[in-house]
Structure formats: structure tokens, C-alpha cells
Design a protein around this ligand. Structure first.
Ligand SMILES: [Mg+2]
Length: 236
């Protein structure tokens, strides 16, 4: 038997830039209510910068956002309150943005039917990643970097996943779209790294190749069925 670990964004789902869109909407609303001129291009550049700063770790989302509001609208005591509201607003409205990728629900149903153990390992914040998983019907555990204190591609993050799946790393398939963050980390931990290349991008030649390239979640479902059939035959 094998167990499967999944990346979430661009692997099982798209969130259609929910955080960026909502940060910009909040900023535009605040600008209107404070009578401050709203420069859309500057706002977009600033929110992109803020999200990159946060995703690179080390600084909490609220602090980054407070700076974002302050930088564009000037100091105001409500900047902190607005930043504190952001996570709730994003989670409340995530359903408007999150879409499962083709073949996702069929794949999850097949894994459930076959009794395959699986979980998600995702860089991001809680509870948004859990909410995104819930919205696509992913009912297995979701290990989010902010909550577990480990970020991909750190080998420790993948070791955490393997130990929570209760499978040795060499019996875990990890499926993700990012050659470095997903495949590099999984390979370093001794997992089978399946690179999901549904967007038809080149794989960088300066990193170790994935164990296997797959073009769709349908292809993954077929691969899992084949693996299970092979294991059943070997057991006879
Ligand atoms: Mg991804």
C-alpha cells in the first residue's frame, strides 16, 4: 500500500487570488471612507509585495497588512483593526473564489473507496488552507505551515507528513505542482515525487527531476488504481 500527500494550490484547487482581491477591496473601501485618493496600480503593487513578504515567512500576516494599509492610506488607528479583520473576511468569502481542479472529486472518491490514506501539506495560513480544502470536499487532514511551524521545501515538513500518515517516507507519493517546493522537498525526504504539470510548464534543469510527471488528476487516479492492483496481485 501507499499513502499520498497533496499540495493544495494549483494541485487540487485554484483560489483565484482570494487574498489579493479582498485586500484590494478592503483598501479601496477604506480609501473611500477616509477620503483618501485611491491609486489602483500602487495598491496592486503594494499588496503583491505584502503577500510576498508574508509568504516568505517570519512575519505575521496582520503586521504585514497593517503596514500595507498604513503605507497607502497613512496612519490611522483603524489600520490595525482592519488588518485583524482580514483573515475572517477571506475565510468567509473563500467560497466565491475557490474551485477544484478537474478530476479532483473523482480522485478523492476513488482514494476513499480504496481506503488509501492521504493528507495535504500546504504552505499558507490557518484557517484559510483548511477552509479551501473543505470547499473542494477534501475531508482528510490538512497540515498548514503556519500551524505546524514547518514550511515546504524543508525536509522536516515532509517528515511531519509521513509520520502523521503513519507511513515510511518511501511508501508515500507526494503530488504537487512546484518543482522546488513540492518535488524537491519530497525527494529530499525519500518520498516518490509526482510533479503535476497540468499547466504545461518547463521543469527547471538545475534541480533534481521528479520521480514522475503527470499531466492531470485523472492520470494520477489511474496510476493509483494500477499501483493498488499490482499490490493486490503481489499479495496473492
Ligand atoms: Mg502549489
Amino acid at each position: 500500500m501507499i499513502a499520498i500527500g497533496f499540495d493544495l494550490d494549483h494541485t487540487l484547487l485554484l483560489d483565484n487570488a482570494v487574498e489579493r482581491t479582498i485586500a484590494l477591496e478592503m483598501l479601496a473601501q477604506l480609501a473611500r471612507s477616509r477620503n483618501v485618493a485611491y491609486d489602483a496600480a500602487a495598491a496592486e503593487a503594494a499588496v503583491d509585495q505584502a503577500l510576498v513578504t508574508f509568504r516568505n515567512g517570519k512575519i505575521v500576516l496582520e503586521t504585514v497588512l497593517e503596514g500595507f494599509f498604513q503605507g497607502l492610506l497613512g496612519p490611522d488607528e483603524s489600520n490595525e483593526l482592519e488588518a485583524a479583520r482580514f483573515r475572517d473576511v477571506v475565510c468567509e468569502r473563500a467560497g466565491e473564489f475557490v474551485r477544484a481542479l478537474p478530476g479532483c472529486s473523482e480522485l478523492l472518491a476513488a482514494l476513499d473507496a480504496a481506503g488509501v490514506r492521504y493528507a495535504a501539506l500546504s504552505n499558507g495560513w490557518s484557517p484559510l488552507q483548511e477552509e479551501k480544502a473543505r470547499l473542494i470536499g477534501f475531508a482528510a487532514p490538512v497540515y498548514v505551515s503556519e500551524r505546524i511551524g514547518l514550511r515546504k521545501p524543508a525536509r522536516e515538513a515532509f517528515e511531519f507528513l509521513a509520520s502523521h500518515l503513519e507511513y515510511p517516507a518511501d511508501q508515500v507519493w507526494y503530488v504537487g505542482d512546484d518543482p522546488i517546493v513540492d518535488c524537491g522537498g519530497a525527494l529530499a525526504c525519500g518520498m516518490t515525487a509526482l510533479w503535476l504539470d497540468w499547466e504545461g510548464r518547463p521543469y527547471p534543469d538545475d534541480v533534481a527531476p521528479p520521480s514522475r510527471r503527470i499531466g492531470s488528476l485523472e492520470e494520477l487516479a489511474a496510476l493509483v488504481q494500477g499501483q493498488l492492483a499490482g499490490a493486490a496481485k503481489a499479495a496473492k
